[in-house]
Write a protein that binds this ligand. Sequence first.
Ligand code: ADP
Ligand code: TRP
Length: 328
Amino acid sequence: MTDRKRSLSGIKPTGTPHLGNYLGMIQPAIELQEDYEAFYFVADYHALTTVRDPDRLRKCVREITATFLAFGLDVERAAFFRQSDIPEVTELTWFLSCVTHMGLLQRAHAYKAAIDEGRENEINHGIFTYPVLMASDILIYDSDIVPVGSDQLQHLEMARDMVRKFNNQFDGEYLKLPEPKIRKEVATVPGVDGRKMSASYGNVIEPLAPPKTLKSQVMSIETDSAALEDPKDPDDSIIVDLYRLVADEEDVAQMEENYRAGGYGYGHAKIELFETLRDHFAPYREKYEALMADEDRIDEVLAAGADKVRPVVNEVMARVRSATGVGA
Ligand code: ADP
Ligand code: TRP
């Protein structure tokens, strides 16, 4: 293994990757391969808390893998794998469950929201225990840093809590304390309706989708009823917010000026945003499409990734079993 510190992150295969996933997690995670040993995975066990369509799940796993490769994850240096190819994460989940109080999990945002909305009969135990599985994902690889969007901070805090409890109760430094790594400037990418872009809200923009799909997603951005000739406020516009995330500074300044001057409609702004996204992502889109047509390559990458991380898993699990007295 290397002397570099380890960066680890996971992404759930519940939808085609969108701009929020890309800017909030995928791009920062890939950049970290320069300075860290990168371990990234597709969280298919986590997806099972909600997904009930096996073909869709398999397809999403391929899409996410192809996305990481298209955006430049270098699988010679990094490992990209399927969460479920390392079934020991479910074993470590049990060890962590036994040092985790119910109260901690009851405070988890996703669980709390379900309870507050009176949906307790609709949620399964997997959702309740989701943060423990996620902690296990992180801790089983002795991870140093975890690049995620800000919505995952609470999960990271919980993982850190579990490390302290485990190490304290078994009296040793068995698990490593991970640090979250959040990219502040893209903390939350807005979706076409202004809420957080999320597969579950159906408000996404998919940068690698065919241009026709991309265009219709951009054109569906919600706007107010200001007339074409009216001056508009660039600081109160989803289109400008998104444009700022992907366009050059001068182009952004130009769009802001056009907004203030009036005579510039939201339709114009959407077309500029669409064209910028289409052109910026064109080379990646091409690679993505080629990879999606090559299932063997995807399978090969996932298998090699799992092989690469397995020695670390064996070491950590041996430590945990020995610390607790579980097993020989
Ligand atoms: P979704 O909300 O579409 O289901 P996930 O929860 O699977 O997305 O998120 C995968 C990763 O992408 C996480 O690290 C998350 O923080 C990041 N992410 C998701 N949506 C956004 C967003 N709108 N802005 C910034 N980052 C995001
Ligand atoms: N819960 C994360 C999300 O919804 C996905 C995830 C699962 C993850 N396991 C992880 C992220 C471990 C970082 C580390 O985005």
